[in-house]
Design a protein around this ligand. Structure first.
Ligand code: DON
Length: 312
């Protein structure tokens, strides 16, 4: 179906939000990060920022949630801005086919993570952002970047979530130490993890997240300033990585069902980019067995059908 902007987006997402409210199977809220375990699985929100500057929202779109791994897209953008394509000597660009926190491929692959969206890859990206900074400055840089692309200075980091994650992040510590043994982490592991945990603890609403994704819909251009956040080629490549790796070992299934590049997080958020058309954020905290939002995925599948949006 040709990609066209649907005229009745508000009606479509109102209907989807209503359908989601009636869903019995909402998945399971992530409980390995203390701050996330308390979130009510009943929530569902969706926002769409379109290429012509409009915003459509339904459900709990104004409620802040922990964006978790969706932040890996923004961190990757910053790291590429710092070191360019040399980043790819330290991180791969292939789907892992394994869980987001898996360690198994690192041994045979010499400490080079498969892609920047699995935890190991994102920890290397955090190490790149940390270069030349104190951890607090690196965290500040990430926060400033996200506020700038969203055009919203109200975006915050939830220190409690970051702290809870530091206290329970034994796997991430294992990944970082293991990669350091191969020379692929250059800074002290506690500092790198501090940056990574704070980036994951960014708290945003669906509206803020949909706004933050707009540069990826617009070939790298910031819609509010007209300046390029990144080049068109880089925006396309980040979208390509989201398509192939954005949902970990559920990426094939998500591409099959939705057909649009997206990035998920264990907070239940998904950012979805329809190139040239829309930047979308959906949030529902219950997760499927791959760690991706159950209702978020279902809602986006229905949205793709209703609008005819697809990159294929
Ligand atoms: O490192 C972690 O486990 C979390 N901060 C982020 C994981 C995440 O969101 C994976 N996404 N589905």
């Amino acid at each position: 179906m040709p990609v066209t902007a649907a005229p009745d987006l508000q009606a479509i997402i109102d209907r989807i939000a209503e359908e989601m409210a009636g869903q019995a199977d909402r998945g399971k809220v992530a409980d390995y990060i203390p701050g996330l375990a308390r979130v009510d699985p009943k929530h569902f929100g969706i926002s769409i920022a379109t290429h012509d500057g409009k915003m459509y929202s339904a459900g709990d779109a104004a409620m802040p949630f922990s964006i978790q791994s969706v932040s890996k897209v923004f961190a990757l953008t910053i790291a590429l801005g710092k070191v360019g394509d040399s980043l790819w000597q330290r991180v791969g660009r292939e789907p892992s086919g394994n869980a987001f926190n898996s360690i198994v491929q690192l041994e045979a692959e010499h400490g080079i993570p498969r892609n920047p969206f699995i935890n190991a890859g994102a920890i290397v990206v955090a190490d790149v952002i940390l270069a030349g900074h104190q951890p607090k400055e690196a965290i500040g840089e990430i926060l400033r970047f996200v506020r700038q692309i969203a055009g919203d200075d109200g975006i915050m980091i939830d220190d409690e979530v970051a702290k809870g994650e530091a206290e329970t992040g034994f796997r991430n510590a294992a990944l970082a130490n293991y990669m350091r043994s191969f020379g692929n982490i250059h800074h002290p592991v506690e500092q790198v993890l501090g940056v990574y945990f704070h980036q994951c603890a960014l708290t945003m609403t669906c509206e803020q997240l949909a706004r933050a994704g707009r540069y990826l819909m617009l070939e790298g251009q910031h819609p509010d300033t007209g300046f390029n956040v990144i080049s068109p080629m880089r925006a396309r490549r980040i979208n390509a990585l989201m398509m192939l790796c954005g949902h970990y070992d559920g990426s094939g299934e998500f591409a099959f069902r939705v057909g649009i590049p997206g990035k998920s997080g264990v907070g239940g958020g998904i950012m979805l980019i329809v190139p040239g058309i829309a930047s979308i954020a959906v949030w529902s905290p219950g997760l499927n067995d791959r760690g991706n939002s159950t209702l978020g995925s279902l809602a986006l599948e229905r949205l793709a059908v209703a609008t005819g949006w697809s990159v294929f």
